[in-house]
Design a protein. Structure first.
Length: 399
């Protein structure tokens, strides 16, 4: 599937392979897109990639226009200080798409940003096949996003099996492809001794993974709360050691946030090392998001937490139509993973639950067993999620 194109460079006739243009605004989307890239390369080795992506995509040779940290912000009031930069980046993306004219545009998550960017493309008459990966959670809030998505997209790839009907009733073609987190964690060794040696972690310790998020606003709000929790844990577990997985773009910020904690810790980067940390950890404190699925796939018991500023907390609580923030809890319709979100995101509430699960390993086992059971619902029957996604993108691209 290639085409011929003349261009001025040395007056040669060139064969250009198909171009997939990615717009990824979150580290979690970076993981999804990297798996999709790998599957696409298996099917078309000469396929090209461009756009915006994260560090996992860069490992596949991807070169982005700018760091995705420029777009990674969540909340209503939290967006305002970053709005000039976000709008600048949006204009940059639209101009680049217009110049490159990709064979397909694949946007991943971050629907608030993506929808506005797609509207700009439409107004400028830039017509390329558009596939969005990760459906807006219209079953949880903002149902008006479904008909809007139908007007802006050619196809939608969903992570949850119940999502397509919400969009298909407005004429949007959908495919349930499942969640690649299922395949991300299957090829890691069980022996974590080498991981501990590499990162100078004591062989015998109470190892806790701490994940305060990948956005600046998340780190600013969750790192202090998680810091207070682990200081309380240290009173009970004198051999406590923290492993803090993060991404290279914010490594210095995370390091500064935990520098004065008074608890032994190490900070690691890289996707493979991240999963090694999960499998080696006895428990995890995590920001709400895809990381909960990753922890569940690695068999790591955990809690999730999240908060915005006061006004955003109030707005989200009013708009939400589900009682759960965690995807596993949404699938189960009950609290498999303890949640501490919005006004409940407090050290005084989190610490007793963590201590209880550390003291009673059977409770931790129940959580991990149930989490894995519901995680299995995120895999389609006949293929791996990234393979389903790649086949869908190629199908849309070939129309």
């Amino acid at each position: 599937m290639i085409y011929f194109c003349k261009f001025a460079y040395k007056n040669h006739l060139c064969i250009l392979s198909k171009l997939v243009y990615f717009v990824v605004g979150e580290p979690s989307g970076d993981i999804l897109a990297s798996r999709l890239m790998r599957a696409l390369r298996v099917r078309q080795p000469d396929i090209r990639f461009a756009g915006i992506g994260g560090e996992t995509m860069i490992e596949f040779g991807f070169s982005g226009l700018f760091p995705i940290s420029d777009l990674s912000v969540m909340g209503f009031w939290e967006v305002m200080p970053r709005l000039p930069l976000i709008l600048k980046r949006m204009r940059q993306i639209v101009s680049d798409i217009e110049m490159q004219r990709p064979d397909v545009l694949v946007t991943v998550d971050s629907w608030g940003f993506v929808s506005k960017m797609l509207m700009r493309l439409k107004k400028r008459g830039i017509d390329v096949p558009k596939v969005h990966y990760v459906a807006p959670q219209v079953w949880a809030w903002k149902k008006s996003r479904a008909p809007k998505a139908a007007k802006l997209l050619h196809h939608l790839m969903t992570l949850l099996p119940h999502e397509p009907p919400y969009f298909e009733k407005y004429g949007l073609s959908c495919t349930f492809v499942g969640h690649p987190v299922i395949e991300n964690t299957t090829d890691l060794p069980e022996d974590q001794t080498a991981f501990k040696i590499r990162n100078k972690i004591p062989e015998r310790c109470t190892l806790i993974a701490v994940l305060p998020g990948s956005r600046h606003s998340e780190i600013g709000k969750l790192a202090p709360i998680f810091g207070k929790v682990v200081q309380q844990l240290l009173r009970q577990y004198h051999d406590l050691f923290l492993v803090i997985p993060t991404i290279a773009a914010i490594e210095d910020e995370v390091s500064a946030a935990f520098a004065g904690l008074g608890v032994p810790h190490c900070i690691i980067t890289g996707q493979h090392e991240r999963y090694n940390a999960f499998k080696a950890s006895r428990f995890a404190l995590a920001a709400s998001g895809t990381v909960s699925l990753e922890l569940a796939a690695c068999g790591t018991p955990h809690i999730i937490a999240y908060k915005f500023n006061f006004l955003t907390n109030k707005i989200i609580k009013r708009l939400a139509t589900t009682s759960y923030a965690n995807l596993l809890n949404i699938l189960a319709q009950r609290f498999v993973v303890p949640e501490f979100v919005l006004e409940n995101c407090r050290e005084a509430l989190i610490t007793p639950v963590v201590l209880d699960m550390l003291r009673h390993p059977e409770k931790a086992r129940i959580q991990t067993d149930e989490a894995r059971r519901y995680l299995s619902a995120l895999k389609p029957e006949n293929a791996m999620p990234s393979e389903m996604a790649a086949d869908t993108v190629l199908r849309v691209m070939g129309r």
